[in-house]
Each structure stands twice: as C-alpha cells, then as structure tokens.
Design a protein around this ligand. Structure first.
Ligand SMILES: C[S@@+](CC[C@H](N)C(=O)[O-])C[C@H]1O[C@@H](n2cnc3c(N)ncnc32)[C@H](O)[C@@H]1O
Length: 299
C-alpha cells in the first residue's frame, strides 16, 4: 500500500527499457501496483520511464518489477522529489498536443483552450498506451485529420477500425472529426477497460464499440478507415488480415514503424491490393525516425 502523500518525500525511480513493448508492460504493472505517477521518454529505440513512489514503498515497487530486469531492462538513476511538488512532478512531461486547428489531445489537468472549431480528445495518462505523447500516435492523428478534411462533403461519414486501440485515442479522434462509428479492439483487457473509460470521459456513449480480442473477430467486415499503430513484430503476423478489412476506396494507416520497416510493409501490402499513398515521418529526440505510411485500396 502506498504511504506517499503531500507531507511525505517521494522518489522518482528511472527504468530504462529497450522497446516500447517492454515499457508498456512495465508501465501497466507499475500503475496496477499503485505508482503515484509516471513519465515516459523515447531514447533511441528504447524508452525511459520515471516512476514516482513514496519513499517507504521503493523496496516494494522494485521487488514488484524485478522480474522485468532481464533482456536489456535496467534500473536507472533515483532522485528525491521535493514534498511540496511531488503530486505535480509527474505531470511535467504531459501537455496538450495540438495536431491541427481542428484537433488536439490534452490531459484533463491542463488548462487547454480549444480554438474555434477545434475538437479536443481528453486523455489522462493511465495504463494503456495512447496519450498522444508518442510520435507514432501523433502521426496517425495527423492522418486522421487529413482524411477527415479530404472526405468529400456529402459522402457518407466514415466507418473506422482501430487495431490495438490502447486508450482509444485514434478511434475517439476519428469520431470527434465526424466518423460515423468506430470499432476498437485490443488483446490487453486493461487497455479495453481504459478505452471505455476514456470514451465515457469524452462523452462518447454511442458509436464506439470496444472489445478484448484479435483481428479474427472482425473477419469479413470492411471499413473506410483502418488504423494500426503496432510494433512491427505485432503487425507483420496479422498484416494480411488487417489489409482485408479495408473496403474499396478505403484507407489503411499504419504506425509504430521505423524508417527501415517501410519497405517490408509496403511490398507486402501491394500484394494485398493496397497502394502506398503517402508517408509521414517524425524524428524523435534520439534521432530515430518514426514513420506512418498510409495505403489506399483502389475504388
Ligand atoms: C502502440 S499501442 C497503440 C495504442 C493506440 N492505438 C495509439 O495509437 O496510441 C499498441 C496496442 O496494440 C495492442 N496490440 C498488440 N498486438 C495486438 C494484436 N495482435 N491485436 C490487438 N491488439 C494488439 C497492444 O496491447 C497495445 O495496446
């Protein structure tokens, strides 16, 4: 049980992880255990996590996460955070992210003022991936904004599939920008619970169906916009089945990929009848270039 509180000193423990996937799993376990707050930063291909914990609880958190300390996961520095500001410290790296004059993503504790006509998806950091803090999420959000703008006025609002929905951020952004309905799924039950909570927080009660499961559950269904922000190792085994869900004239937006991965996914999707329509890129602080390619199925 946590004993940290406004009167108590709080520690910030850094964990260095080699992949996004390992960072997500550590983050989920730290939250489940009861960490007071977390921050994450991309460093090279890996991620550094700052975990905030009451001084009394350091040993318990370290013990809980010890089983991760293999395969390149390592404890980093530890520092004490002044009692007066511990509850605010973990929020420092979290800010509103303006994707366009039409779309922003913001934590609820940030006093973000939407510009006229701008939709805001409110997401607090939780156990699921997808606060907009990672380049891969932002790149897809940017595509969603473009797709929504380009969708001819008078055409039917889009039907959306969000593969590996995490916090639900992509589906909720698409709905905010006019999509008719969205289906999101994730193998992780914690992510699905969170996506439901985030949807409720954003006032989305209809039009967003979320479930725990894999791509097989939507076999035979077709969508206008399909998003899949997954690690390459998670994406490649199901890429054929993801491609099948894109209806004629529909779009598939991928992310979670690095520049070097582009060739393999593009070559593979061309054999599935999808044409590369464009690639967005973002270089992170470590110099790694994240890409988000978009593909279209001919009408
Ligand atoms: C990088 S996160 C993306 C979350 C969110 N869509 C975003 O863009 O920020 C990837 C998510 O995909 C889920 N996932 C990984 N492989 C999956 C699969 N084969 N089927 C469904 N979900 C999967 C993970 O549990 C994780 O929540």
């Amino acid at each position: 049980m946590l004993t940290g509180g406004p009167e108590d000193a709080v520690l910030c423990l850094t964990v260095c992880t080699p992949t996004l996937d390992s960072a997500e799993r550590i983050l989920a376990e730290a939250w489940e255990w009861g960490a007071l707050g977390v921050e994450e930063r991309q460093v090279g291909d890996g991620v550094e996590l700052d975990l905030y914990v009451g001084v009394e609880d350091e040993g318990a958190l370290r013990a809980r996460l010890e089983h991760f300390v293999t395969d390149g996961v390592a404890w980093g520095p530890r520092r004490e955070v002044r009692p007066s500001n511990w509850s605010e410290a973990w929020k420092v790296g979290l800010r509103a992210i303006e994707i366009s004059p039409r779309l922003a993503v913001a934590p609820s504790f940030v006093d973000y003022k939407a510009t006229s006509g701008q939709q805001v998806v409110w997401i607090d950091p939780g156990q699921a991936f997808g606060t907009g803090g990672h380049a891969s999420t932002r790149l897809v959000l940017d595509w969603i904004d473009r797709l929504a703008q380009d969708r001819a006025s008078g055409s039917k609002p889009a039907e959306v599939l969000d593969v590996g929905t995490g916090s639900g951020v992509l589906a909720l952004a698409a709905l905010a920008l006019g999509a008719a309905q969205a289906i999101g799924f994730d193998l992780d039950p914690i992510a699905v619970a969170e996506a439901k909570a985030v949807a409720a927080k954003n006032g989305v009660t209809d039009g967003f169906e979320v479930f725990v499961g894999g791509i097989e559950v939507v076999a035979g269904q077709r969508f206008d916009w399909v998003f899949a922000n997954l690690l390459k190792t998670e994406m490649l085994p199901i890429l054929d089945r993801i491609a099948e869900t894109v209806r004629p004239a529909g779009w598939l937006v991928l992310a979670g990929l690095l520049e070097a991965d582009q060739r393999i996914v593009s070559d593979h999707l061309s054999t599935c009848g999808l044409e590369l329509a464009g690639v967005q890129r973002e270089r992170d602080d470590s110099g790694a270039v994240w890409i988000s390619p978009a593909f279209q199925r001919p009408a």
